[in-house]
Design a protein around this ligand. Structure first.
Ligand SMILES: [Zn+2]
Length: 287
């Protein structure tokens, strides 16, 4: 808890494995014809090689006795982060769009940022959604399906409203287990079952995944790929980089006690495609 970890530099290297080793995965580099086609069409194709992916949980202040108070963020603080991003020219996009852009099938704004919300809390709909709606910015909901039945969780119509507003719905499993400890049948159930349920409830083919509490290993990664996901988010600190394993994308987790100055200092170093220095962020195991 609360360990200070140094962020690696641009692209954060450290891809845990080459994407090529995963069978059936599309190459990262856009085909020359795709680039030529975009040029011919005059489309301004900006594809930064690394993108900040911010990670949030609850967007409200923790109630007394909250089990994980560090995973709550004051709505005013959230609004300040969004306002800061907008003023500096950032524009939120979905992770799905980033992955497509990295494969030559989409473009990105000059300074893209991805805002992800783990688990599926009602506070996200209540406090984060209106702030993002004003800017027409999408978020990424990393939905643990069991949250749909929890008192603090989103309800299906709220998830549908987020999706209708352009949000991405990604899977965060059915019940949020530590996947590295799951048996093979349980692993498959959590990965395939959550994808099927998202499809059934919301008519969405989830293309991205988020590891519960950021816990994964190579066996889990292989199962995530086999279940049909194209990319997966971790809690490893750093920018998500095109050169990294798409099933081990880094994020900048925003904790309650994280001074905004630290977050802003880190993000102000993101210049188009690179993180120019090695700032320090606080990391803690999350939910
Ligand atoms: Zn979680």
């Amino acid at each position: 808890m609360g360990a200070i970890a140094a962020l690696a530099t641009a692209g954060c290297g450290g891809g845990r494995s080459a994407p090529q080793r995963l069978a059936g995965r599309a190459p990262h580099r856009p085909a020359a014809s795709s680039i030529q086609r975009r040029r011919a069409l005059g489309v301004r194709g900006v594809v930064p090689a690394s993108v900040p992916v911010l990670g949030f949980h609850e967007i409200r202040n923790p109630p007394p006795g909250a089990r994980y108070p560090e995973l709550y963020l004051d709505p005013a603080k959230f609004a300040r982060i969004v306002s800061w991003l907008r003023q500096r020219g950032f524009q939120a996009v979905t992770l799905e769009r980033v992955i497509r852009a990295w494969r030559g099938r989409a473009t990105l704004p000059e300074r893209p940022v991805v805002l992800t919300f783990d688990d599926g809390y009602a506070s996200v709909y209540r406090f984060a959604f209106p702030v993002l709606q004003r800017l027409h910015w999408p978020g990424v909901l990393n939905l643990e399906l069991a949250e749909l039945h929890s008192p603090d969780g989103l309800r299906p119509p709220e998830v549908r409203a987020l999706y209708s507003a352009g949000w991405e719905i990604a899977s965060h499993t059915l019940t949020h287990p530590d996947l590295t400890q799951a048996s093979a049948p349980q692993l498959r159930h959590e990965l395939v079952g959550s994808r099927r349920l998202i499809s059934r409830l919301f008519g969405v083919q989830a293309s991205d995944f988020c590891y519960p509490a950021g816990r994964f290993d190579r066996r889990v990664e292989r199962a995530v790929a086999a279940a049909g996901y194209r990319a997966a988010q971790t809690e490893l600190p750093g920018l998500a980089a095109r050169s990294d394993d798409p099933l081990a994308l880094r994020r900048i987790m925003i904790r309650r006690d994280e001074p905004l100055a630290t977050v802003f200092s880190l993000l102000s170093r993101v210049r188009g495609a690179a993180l120019s220095a090695a700032p320090v962020v606080r990391t803690a195991p999350g939910r």
